[in-house]
Write a protein that binds this ligand. Structure first.
Ligand SMILES: CC(C)(COP(=O)(O)OP(=O)(O)OC[C@H]1O[C@@H](n2cnc3c(N)ncnc32)[C@H](O)[C@@H]1OP(=O)(O)O)[C@@H](O)C(=O)NCCC(=O)NCCS
Length: 259
């Protein structure tokens, strides 16, 4: 599986699914990461979340970024924190996804494009029933012009691009799906524009790359018009309390990793 990314961005995968492998993955995580993963009651969700962090560490290690943990911020967006003092590592941006036994992480070390997102989607015929509600008018006309099998593929790719874009902004589906307008250029590339979000008066421009893994569609999105800090600072308070905030990434927890 290849996704054509700039050399400043890297992607890694890690499989999950067996309880034995999960034990191995858990042992490789930082204590704080384990605490986060253990919050999930669903065993598959726990396996997926651990595997995504292992994929994240693979990429971060390859960039020489070693003494770090990958933990969610108050919106659930992953960030890279120094294990020495709990501060955010400002030189990289990270995103995680997991679906059907495959976890993936993408990291950007491009100072101009640290806001990055990734998503993996299964081809999903039922997306065609949601076109009016969740797809923009231009996306709908592109999809409706295709034969059914291609229409499903196109709708799935657009959906993956939408989720990857919303992760790059750090909001996820806290904003309406139709604020993201996806334009697919060919099988491997595309662009998106995000508009009509109160906090962002000007449009957000997005670059997209596509690939496939185990019959699923993968999309990486990165923001070219705004910095990661601009995007993170303008987010409204989370709509509901994210479970992790009950534990908090306090310095005392992070210090455990040094012992
Ligand atoms: C982000 C979102 C699109 C993820 O989609 P998904 O298809 O369910 O799951 P994926 O496997 O592709 O991605 C999951 C990863 O997205 C990341 N993620 C979650 N929220 C995110 C956000 N706001 N911004 C960026 N990335 C986010 C996390 O790393 C998560 O994995 P982890 O919990 O193991 O760390 C979706 O969960 C969402 O919209 N969340 C925000 C809206 C919301 O309900 N917020 C309340 C928080 S409790």
């Amino acid at each position: 599986m290849t996704v054509q990314l700039p050399h400043t961005m890297r992607l890694a995968f890690h499989g999950y699914g067996s309880p034995e492998d999960h034990q191995v993955d858990m042992a490789r995580l930082r204590p704080t990461e384990r605490k986060y993963v253990e919050l999930f009651r669903n065993p598959e969700r726990r396996q997926a979340s651990a595997a995504a962090r292992i994929a994240g560490h693979k990429v971060l290690d390859s960039l020489g970024c070693n003494h770090v943990s990958v933990l969610p911020d108050d919106h659930g967006a992953p960030e890279v924190l120094s294990i020495h003092d709990g501060t955010t590592v400002e030189t990289v941006g990270i995103s995680l996804t997991h679906r059907k036994g495959v976890a993936a992480a993408v990291v950007s070390a491009d100072p101009e494009s640290l806001a990055i997102g990734i998503d993996i989607e299964d081809p999903n015929p039922s997306l065609l029933k949601t076109l009016d509600d969740f797809f923009t008018e231009s996306e709908q006309s592109e999809i409706r012009a295709l034969k059914p099998v291609h229409a499903v593929q196109r709708a799935t790719a657009i959906w993956a691009a939408r989720e990857a874009t919303l992760k790059a902004i750090g909001l996820g589906f806290a904003v309406p799906a139709r604020c993201v307008d996806v334009h697919i250029i060919d099988e491997t590339t595309g662009t998106a524009k995000v508009h009509n979000i109160d906090e962002f008066p000007s449009d957000i421009q997005v670059e997209l790359r596509f690939g496939t893994i185990d019959g699923m569609t993968l999309c990486v999105a990165w923001i070219t018009s705004h910095s990661l800090q601009q995007l993170r600072n303008r987010r409204p308070s989370p709509r509901r309390t994210f479970a992790w905030t009950g534990i908090q990434k306090t310095f005392s927890i992070i210090q455990e990793e040094r012992t």
